[in-house]
Structures are given as structure tokens and as C-alpha cells.
Design a protein around this ligand. Structure first.
Ligand SMILES: NC(=O)c1ccc[n+]([C@@H]2O[C@H](COP(=O)([O-])OP(=O)(O)OC[C@H]3O[C@@H](n4cnc5c(N)ncnc54)[C@H](OP(=O)(O)O)[C@@H]3O)[C@@H](O)[C@H]2O)c1
Length: 425
């Protein structure tokens, strides 16, 4: 039997400069103190408000970023602040100085993905951000490493813990929207600016990051078709309940027959048999589909101090063995293009029929109106949703149907038109 060599040297301690001592920052600090095996030491903590009372040694804190960034003894920066613009400056500065960075700031990464990817290539310095997408689910490293030869055809999932928590409370406990949101904020699941969650911006930021790692598609979140849950009406929930369905905020991306990529974040009706139906509260769930493997299903806590801190810790540990993202799909594939040229089946409800632009639909399958609540279900070109604003106005809500991408819309439209011409309607 071959003898196993024992490491004869002590690994050097990883000296960390931590930015942010809020929900996630505090948890990361606590876990590092309780994990001596990690051999990491937090040298300084950057915060915004020097007057705030802290529960640990006050001497560790500084409101001057330069005190951390210019310290030659600090080799790793862990960025966990809630200001995406300042975070970008910190991360850029650190990478230029050759300091490895771990961050969970999806807004910052999504807004500057292209620059940050190029900066890592140029400097050779790693930037890891597992905690930025689905918190505790190790999805980015799996997309980077596992789905390399077995190309992905689709990803679909619940990637925002706060909205899923709110929808769970509304559907399972009949809690009003505002009360459910307050609970999410009190439990530390919601972003400091709650609109980032409830209007779908946070999920769009995460989807844009996932698209780069899953399909090599680098696009800004604002290029995506997306909406949140703030306009959902109690009657929409009732409609779902009657059909034994749930409403979830779903992020979906799939390759189309024309080789392009459809991608959106929209509320969706979920059948009881769908894996996503069992994703409750702050949990996230993501299904990947690929040619040989078929389906994988990832489930884990998608928000909160400890689950996010766990992902940050995993990145800190990965830096010890020189791990960095290779962005293979961006570098090697002919980058896949995003397209809104596909049909999507949606349900739109409104407090007045005049608010539903029915002539925008290719065809309408169902239409109902009672007690001041009206709704239509039909197929519409995604590009029309992207361009039009009528479905975003107050009093109107939109939910995609199960399996919403409709490949045979052209065929149906033509056959309906021929029936009309033949006088059979
Ligand atoms: N909470 C979650 O469940 C979760 C999950 C995944 C990812 N994230 C991401 O993790 C990051 C941190 O979130 P959080 O929930 O921990 O936020 P948080 O509780 O609001 O804490 C924010 C921290 O950032 C500090 N800060 C703000 N502006 C700063 C500046 N200009 N310079 C230095 N420090 C500054 C604040 O300093 P003061 O203490 O002085 O106010 C505070 O310590 C965000 O990017 C968020 O998107 C959070």
C-alpha cells in the first residue's frame, strides 16, 4: 500500500479584510471565530457608520476603506455591504491590487459582470460569489465545473428567498402581502431595499449571473423580461387554489429551437407534481436539464444569515487551494444570444377589462369576469410583453401558465384563422 505523505508544513493564516457587519457579515465573522480549522483571521472590518455600537472589539472597525485595501498584510477581501456602487469600487480596487475577493453582492456583480470578468482575466486574481445566487445552494460551482461537457438546455427555479417566503405565507396562512413582507424583513431574508426583492430585480440580477455560468450568455439584468410579485391580487391566489396550484416567482431560461435563449423571471402557476411546489418559505430550488443527465434538482435555503455565510465560507476555503472561475462557457462557446422571439402562455387579471390589451394576444383560450375581477388566459409574443407596459400598470397582474413557452403558437394561430375564414369560430 502506498504511504500517504503527511503535510509537513503549517498552512499560513489567511488574513481577511471584511467589509460589512450586518446580517451576513456578522454571521461570517462568528463562523470564522468558531472554525479554527479554516486558518483564517479577520484583521479589520469596514463599516459605514463609525458611531454604531458593535458587539465585538471596537478596534477592529474602520469607516475608511483604504485602511483595509492598502494594508499589504491583507490578502483576501470579503465584501458584504448593501451598497452596490461602493461595493463595485471596493472589489475593483482589491482585484487591481491582487487581493482575492469573495462577495455575495448580486446587484453589483450583475451590473458589472462583463468588466469584472475581464478584470479577473487581466489580473489573474479570483473573485468568487457563490453566496450571491441561491445563498446556500452550491449552484455556481456546479454550473462551472459539472455541466461542462453535458451542455445545459434549461434552468428553472425559485431563486429569491424573500418572495418565496412572502408567497408561502400568503398562500399557506392567508396572510396579507404587507404583513408577510414585514415578517421576511424581520427574519433578515429581505434586501435592505425590499423593492429589490418584491419587484423581481433581485431574481433578475441572479438570473443574469446564472446565464453567464450556465450558457455563457453575458447580459445586463435590465435586458431580461422580468416582474415581481407586488401586483399579485388575492383573486389570483384564489384562482390558483381552485386549481390546486401555487403561484411562485420563477426564473427560467431555455434554449429555443432557433439556437437562441429565452429567459425571464415572472410569477408562474405551479402544479402540485412540480418539484418547485415543495419549495417553501426562504428555500430556493433550481432544476437543471441537460442532454445526457436529463434533470437535476437543487434545493436549499436561499436567504438568511447562516445559509449565506456558509456559501461565503466555502468560497474563502476554496481560495486556499487556488480555486477561480474559468468562465469556460463564455470563453469557448459561440456566445448564445438572448431572444424574446417566442410565445408565452400567460394569465392576466385586472380590476377593469379595459386594462387588459386583448388584441396584443395571438389567441385567447379563456376569459372570465365576475364581481369586478376579470382575467384572460392566452398566448402572447414575449417581445410584446417586453415592449408594452399595459400589464405593468396598477390593478393588473400577470402570471405565466405551467410550462409557459408555447412552441406551436404560429400553427394554432393559422388554424384558428382558417376556421374563422370558414365561418367556424
Ligand atoms: N441577507 C441575506 O439573506 C442575503 C443573502 C444573500 C446575499 N446577500 C447580500 O449580502 C450583502 C449584505 O447583506 P446584509 O443583509 O448583510 O446587509 P445589511 O444587514 O443591511 O448590512 C449591511 C452592512 O454594510 C455596511 N455598509 C453599508 N454601506 C457601506 C459603505 N459604504 N462602506 C462600508 N460598509 C458599508 C453597513 O455598515 P453599518 O453597520 O455601519 O451600517 C452594514 O454593516 C448584500 O450585498 C446582499 O445582497 C444577503
Amino acid at each position: 500500500m502506498l504511504p500517504i505523505k503527511k503535510e509537513s508544513f503549517q498552512k499560513p493564516v489567511q488574513s481577511i479584510g471584511l467589509f460589512g457587519y450586518g446580517t451576513v457579515g456578522k454571521a461570517v465573522y462568528g463562523i470564522i471565530q468558531n472554525t479554527p480549522g479554516l486558518q483564517a483571521s479577520i484583521e479589520k472590518i469596514g463599516i459605514k457608520d463609525p458611531g454604531k455600537k458593535r458587539n465585538i472589539n471596537e478596534g477592529l472597525f474602520t469607516a475608511h476603506a483604504g485602511e483595509i485595501l492598502n494594508n499589504p498584510c491583507i490578502h483576501t477581501i470579503v465584501e458584504l455591504i448593501d451598497d452596490a456602487d461602493v461595493a463595485y469600487q471596493i472589489v475593483k480596487d482589491a482585484l487591481w491590487q491582487g487581493k482575492a475577493v469573495v462577495t455575495a453582492n448580486k446587484k453589483m456583480i450583475a451590473a458589472h459582470f462583463d468588466e469584472l470578468w475581464r478584470l479577473q482575466k487581466h489580473t489573474g486574481t479570483p473573485l468568487l460569489y457563490e453566496g450571491a445566487c441561491c445563498a446556500s445552494i452550491p449552484i455556481i460551482r456546479n454550473l462551472e465545473e459539472y455541466y461542462d461537457t453535458d451542455a445545459l438546455s434549461k434552468i428553472r427555479g425559485i431563486i429569491n428567498g424573500s418572495t418565496n417566503f412572502i408567497l408561502s405565507r400568503m398562500q399557506d396562512d392567508a396572510l396579507p402581502f404587507t404583513e408577510a413582507l414585514l415578517q421576511a424583513q424581520q427574519l433578515g431574508f429581505a434586501e435592505t431595499n425590499a423593492l429589490l426583492d418584491i419587484d423581481g430585480h433581485d431574481a433578475a440580477n441572479k438570473l443574469s449571473i446564472l446565464l453567464a455560468h450556465a450558457f455563457g450568455c453575458v447580459i445586463k439584468p435590465e435586458s431580461l423580461l422580468y416582474a415581481g410579485i407586488s401586483k399579485l391580487h388575492g383573486d389570483d391566489v384564489k384562482y390558483a387554489n381552485q386549481r390546486k396550484q401555487k403561484i411562485k416567482l420563477v426564473a427560467q431560461a431555455q434554449k429555443l429551437k432557433n439556437g437562441k435563449l429565452a429567459a425571464f423571471v415572472l410569477p408562474q402557476f405551479i402544479e402540485a407534481a412540480d418539484e418547485l411546489a415543495d419549495i417553501h418559505n426562504e428555500f430556493n430550488g433550481l432544476i437543471t436539464e441537460s442532454h445526457y443527465t436529463d434533470k437535476h434538482f437543487f434545493k436549499g435555503k436561499g436567504a438568511g444569515a447562516l445559509p449565506t455565510a456558509a456559501a461565503v465560507l466555502s468560497d474563502i476555503a476554496a481560495l486556499r487551494y487556488g480555486y477561480k472561475y474559468e468562465y469556460k462557457k463564455i470563453s469557448t462557446q459561440n456566445s448564445i444570444q438572448l431572444s424574446n422571439d417566442y410565445y408565452i402562455k400567460v394569465y392576466v387579471s385586472a380590476d377593469a377589462f379595459s386594462k387588459i390589451k386583448s388584441h396584443a394576444f395571438e389567441y385567447i383560450d379563456e376569459s372570465q369576469s365576475q364581481y369586478g375581477y376579470c382575467a384572460v388566459t392566452g398566448v402572447i409574443l414575449a417581445q410584446k410583453l417586453w415592449e408594452d407596459t399595459w400589464w405593468r400598470q396598477p390593478g393588473v397582474s400577470l402570471v405565466t401558465c405551467t410550462d409557459p413557452i408555447t412552441p406551436d403558437a404560429d400553427y394554432k394561430k393559422i388554424s384558428r384563422r382558417s376556421l374563422e375564414l370558414a365561418g367556424i369560430t
